[in-house]
Design a binder for this molecule. Sequence first.
Ligand code: HEC
Length: 476
Amino acid sequence: MRHVSTVWRAGAFAVLAPTLLSSCLIRALSSSSPTLVAQDIPAGFDFPADENVLLGHVYSENRQAIREHAWNIWAGLTQQSRSTHNGNPLPIWETWYSATEVFEHRYKTSTEPAPRRTFTRHLEIPKQSVHKTSSRNEISAAVMSFVKLNQPAAQFIWDNNYYLRSALDDLNARFNENHTPVEQRQIKPLPRTAVALKIVFWLIKNSDSPQSEEGLTALPYWDPNYPPPPDGQTPTHLTWPKCVAVDPAGRYPVGSKQQVTCNGRSGVEAEVVRLNHFYTSRLTTKEDVENARYFMTVLSGAGGEQERFVTNQGRIPELNDYIVLCAMHVTTKEMDNWTFQTFWWSPTPDAPPYGDFRTPNVTGVWRNYQMCTAYSMVTPRTPTGSPHICFNPYLETDLGPTKPYAVGSRSYPPDPMAGTRSNCMNCHMRAAWPAPTPTNPANDGYIPPHYGGLATYVKTDFLWSLVFHSQPQKGK
Ligand code: HEC
């Protein structure tokens, strides 16, 4: 059963993390390429913005200004970098450090990743996934998800030894000894220019493959109007009833309707879209394919935590297949509580509210992604008065069901839809070492710096990756 709940799921796997995540299996999707140089968001994209200006937007609930800022960040990190792969310029975010480089390489080599880096997609797989089988889908398709950090974030983690669990343990011991008040039980804050990402890709079959459907690959997409799935299931991409038909070879008229198998249902009418609707890369070498296959096999039932690699039934990566960007989380340290924005592919990217106020500096394929923001745990409130919601359909919809809980005399049953009511900042506020054991449901409004639930922990400045990727002390 894959139903660990919310942070509570994060909490659950954090318990396992020290022993299991340390031995993450790492493969690169591709390796031969010129030097890769980490580049930052260039000037001209309102980054880093002044915290007071951003807080002004938050307090005045200026949705337009917040969204414009988020789109500017998106425009900035998707600019072309000077680094290339297979002769193609990489967007800036592709030059950033993977969690593997930041935590494991540094741990193993005691130096920063070598100045000469080559382009790889490091995919980190929590080992517990290997033994899990999703109740819903035995083998599933290519959602590859991983974490990346920009240079200032990576450098800060190296400089402070936060890639080592022992550094976090030592801090915690000191806080315990000194009876440090909970609001001060935290690592040093990351620099204002720090940015972290979490990324999801999907496998698209090459059109000549018999695994394609007459050249097409179905890709389920999120529609905010989907009703809750039956039987108390969480609404993941495996339950979404609608798909587009991705047509890499351009065999069908764009916008025409073709029949594909969408989440196990055959004959579903799906609109044809081309690869130029996505940020795409191709599996061009034997090594690419082997690695992608390996991940698919190992991760066949990897539901249950956020780094998933799941696919349409029966699809296996082959030479000349494509991976397309489905989703990206972006968080920046411009504010103390970080700015949170998340982007996902949509066939109707301009539709309100998630297409609103997209700035003209977002160009090309990058305009096909929708976005929401969480610059506050509370505002702007939903029409029913609940705390602000922002989730990525590819990453958070399976956060339920929450555990049942009671407030006073009122009790609340398990909620499979909790992910669709979650708020990034509310969950990331609880990022702490070692493994918090949360008792609250997701998205319960403002969590203050003196939140008692973390009284015996070190808060990791909103970064969960420190909790899950930090490494054992050398020699221990
Ligand atoms: C219920 C908890 C939860 C919610 C809600 C949540 N996240 Fe996360 N997030 C995590 C966990 C756990 C990880 C760690 C994954 C890893 O390191 O492999 C993470 C990782 C990340 C990372 C990588 C950097 C890091 O170390 O934290 C980013 C960026 C991120 N999330 C952004 C977001 C955004 C944006 C949203 C809202 C749209 C969001 N998250 C909602 C739990 C959550």
